[in-house]
Design a protein around this ligand. Structure first.
Ligand code: ADP
Ligand code: ASP
Ligand code: MG
Length: 459
């Protein structure tokens, strides 16, 4: 179907919809998600995650479980999750062969991971979660009378070879999508995988944990979709993670820049890179709950009317803070440039920084497939130790207040730190961005800090 307008054929507007792990956890969840697609004729491209819990199991297997019994137990859990969905299908035989074949491949790769683990093997293995779920979701749509085709995203989701956190090649993705995906969109709903891609050699890569949001945004950009929908387990973005406080307030509309800050600072609801393609292509993004679509959700747009001073609080744990103190005060000039030269040489990506004349504290970037707190590589530590004292601390969380014109807001810092009298915030970053104020706290007190601040600023 296309619209004919003054002799030009204009392609119909397309919605790209993404469903996260809980939205495809089992047959019931998949059916609710499929109903959302069936009810929206514009939703022609669907990207889904692995069924809830599956990627975690696959990561464990990829790390190499030597104990046969323990490994079999994980494989059995994977089998049960997918077999239960198969059992609930009207025609399980149409996809049972593919599902069982993929599960056998998982078992073989899990064994390989014990003897010859590698980051490339990890990606190949964890990609199976999405390869499996897409077979089942496609079948459910078809059984509901919504003609759907499963599409392997890897040939079009071209990335570099940084396994675990691969960087997409936006131009190549656009060209490949034009050639291989666009022509299919008239006839059928396309069901494909979030999170995974492939490099030029055809090896499977992944975009980092939670990367399905990013995949969906990249596809939306490549096919110039009109809207991107992210369906998850909460009805949109809230003033903080609703799992931290029941008083979190829903946000109806939010700007790209505010939502990007939230994602960057750890609001798990969106992968940090998700909004980059949407901003480039000016695609509005909707976030809603697949379990309760009628509740509405959050619209993320380029501009919103009257953005508030305080928008939201985000919490990101597993932080590693490195404090570097110059050994020789009189050589303090050039100290920072030397520090950053060494960090760059060892490909250490830095997130936040605070400095004094003779010392610098920084946090390390994260989110690759392994998860956990990032480490300073031993070689970097050794080289830095010749120049300065190196202290590494973990067990820290980053609290970020996201807002607008925070630097100009009179008393903003007093309001924030006044509320935190009984806590010990560290490494405070304020002033470089008009949109955030952030600091580190110990993991044990982090949720209380967010609750207390939320009460003061939002309730
Ligand atoms: P999915 O598997 O659908 O991608 P995620 O677990 O990655 O879902 O993201 C959804 C979760 O994000 C929610 O369950 C919620 O706990 C968390 N979250 C964190 N910050 C926020 C926020 N500000 N608003 C809403 N949800 C948030
Ligand atoms: N399945 C992947 C993960 O659990 C990607 C995603 O869900 O977005 O990280
Ligand atoms: Mg997610």
């Amino acid at each position: 179907m296309s619209f004919v307008d003054n002799n030009f054929t204009v392609p119909p507007p397309i919605t790209v919809a993404k469903f996260g792990g809980t939205s495809v956890a089992d047959h019931a969840a998949m059916s609710l998600s499929a109903t959302i697609i069936k009810n929206n004729p514009q939703a022609k491209v669907v990207l889904i995650s692995a069924c809830s819990g599956v990627t975690n199991l696959l990561v464990e297997l990829a790390n190499g479980i030597a104990d046969n019994e323990q490994r079999s137990q994980r494989l059995q859990q994977l089998h049960t999750i997918h077999q239960n969905i198969l059992n609930d299908l009207a025609q399980p035989d149409s996809v049972a062969g593919e599902i069982h074949q993929l599960l056998s491949q998982v078992a073989a790769l899990a064994e390989e991971a014990v003897y010859a683990p590698s980051i490339a093997l990890t990606d190949q293995l964890v990609a199976h979660g999405e390869l499996l779920s897409t077979f089942l979701f496609t079948q459910i749509l078809n059984e509901m009378g919504a003609p759907a085709t499963r599409f392997d995203i890897r040939p079009i989701m071209r990335t570099d070879s940084q396994f675990g956190k691969a960087v997409p090649d936006v131009d190549a993705i656009r060209q490949l999508a034009d050639q291989h995906l666009q022509p299919l969109l008239n006839d059928t709903i396309i069901v494909s995988q979030g999170f995974i891609g492939s490099n030029e050699q055809g090896q499977t890569t992944t975009l980092g944990r939670g990367g399905s949001d990013y995949s969906a945004a990249l596809v939306a950009e490549a096919i110039q979709a009109e809207t991107l929908e992210i369906w998850t387990d909460v009805p949109g973005m809230y003033s903080t993670d609703p799992r931290i406080t029941a008083n979190a307030k829903p946000i109806k509309e939010i700007s790209f820049s505010e939502a990007s800050e939230m994602a960057n600072f750890g609001a798990k609801i969106l992968h940090p890179s998700t909004l980059l393609p949407a901003v480039r292509q000016k695609i509005p993004v909707f976030i809603g709950s697949s379990k309760a679509p009628e509740q509405g959700g959050t619209w993320i747009r380029q501009h919103v009317a009257q953005p508030p001073k305080f928008r939201a609080l985000a919490l990101r744990c597993n932080q590693t803070m490195v404090t570097l103190t110059s050994l020789k005060m009189f050589q303090a000039y050039g100290f920072l440039s030397e520090v950053f030269r060494i960090l760059a040489e060892h490909k250490v990506s830095v997130d936040l920084i605070t400095t004094s004349e003779v010392s610098v504290s920084l946090t390390l970037d994260q989110t690759d497939t392994g998860g956990g707190a990032p480490n300073l590589p031993a070689a970097a530590t050794a080289e830095l130790s010749k120049l300065c004292r190196v202290e590494v601390e973990q067990n820290l969380c980053l609290v970020a207040l996201i807002g607008n014109k925070l630097g100009d807001a009179p008393g903003a810092a007093t309001q924030v730190f006044g509320a935190l009298e009984q806590y010990s915030p560290r490494m405070i970053c304020f002033g470089a961005s008009a949109h955030n104020l952030c600091f580190l706290v110990n993991t044990e007190e982090s949720r209380d800090v967010v609750k207390t601040l939320h009460k003061t600023l939002f309730e």
